[in-house]
Write a protein that binds this ligand. Structure first.
Ligand SMILES: [Zn+2]
Length: 72
C-alpha cells in the first residue's frame, strides 16, 4: 500500500479497491483519522479504532523516524 507523506501529521494512502483515489490519514486531537468509508462509518466510533490505511501510515512513519510525531 503506497503511502504519500504530506506533513508530520498528514499522509495520503491510495485505495486498494479504487486505484487513483486517495484517502487522507491525519492526526487530529491526539487521535488518528482516515477518510475511507470503513474508518468513517465504523472505526471512528471505536476508541483508538484503526483501519488498514492508518496501519500502513503508522508503519511507514515508524520506519522513517521523526515524522508523524511532529519532530521533523
Ligand atoms: Zn482508512
Amino acid at each position: 500500500m503506497q503511502v504519500i507523506p504530506k506533513s508530520p501529521i498528514w499522509a495520503q494512502v491510495e485505495s486498494a479497491s479504487r486505484p487513483g483515489s486517495l484517502y487522507d490519514v491525519r492526526v487530529e486531537d491526539e487521535r488518528v483519522t482516515c477518510t475511507c468509508p470503513h474508518w468513517t462509518y465504523r472505526m471512528s466510533k471505536v476508541p483508538d479504532g484503526r483501519c488498514k490505511h492508518i496501519d500502513a501510515v503508522s508503519i511507514y512513519y515508524t520506519a522513517n523516524r521523526g515524522m508523524f510525531d511532529g519532530t521533523q
